[in-house]
Design a protein around this ligand. Structure first.
Ligand code: ZN
Length: 129
């Protein structure tokens, strides 16, 4: 069995003797890891596809601010891909051991938040009309 709260395997059968949380099977903890891994793969591929699409869409645009907008947006996409890669690393490890790596999870959230903020300010700053 596996305690998601203590983040470690447990010899108990129903509830964790350390924290009292209902235990999950190690298999379900690993399955969650692989789901996280899949989400990470998606976060790497998805922004790359969008970035290519936007670059084509914006090609030939000469409105002021376009270059800065694309630059910032591309940076946001790179950061989203980085957070996806971190999610893949964590998911891969969790898929094998059941454990999550808290440091990686926090880094993933922070990087994703920065990317989201960048994309938000980029679209705010861009005003082609
Ligand atoms: Zn516990």
């Amino acid at each position: 069995m596996f305690c998601a709260r203590c983040n470690k395997p447990s010899g108990d059968t129903d509830k964790c003797s350390t924290c009292g949380t209902r235990l999950k099977t190690l298999e379900s903890a690993k399955r969650r890891g692989w789901i996280g891994f899949g989400a990470g793969v998606f976060l790497v591929i998805f922004p790359a596809a969008i970035a290519i699409w936007i670059d084509r869409l914006m090609a030939g645009q000469t409105a002021p601010g376009t270059a800065g907008f694309i630059g910032r947006l591309n940076l946001a996409f790179v950061l989203i891909a980085v957070s996806g890669a971190l999610g893949m690393i964590n998911g891969w490890r969790q898929g094998h051991s059941g454990r999550t790596n808290r440091a990686i999870v926090i880094a993933t959230v922070v990087v994703f938040a920065i990317a989201f903020f960048l994309a938000y300010t980029a679209s705010n700053a861009y005003n082609p009309s």
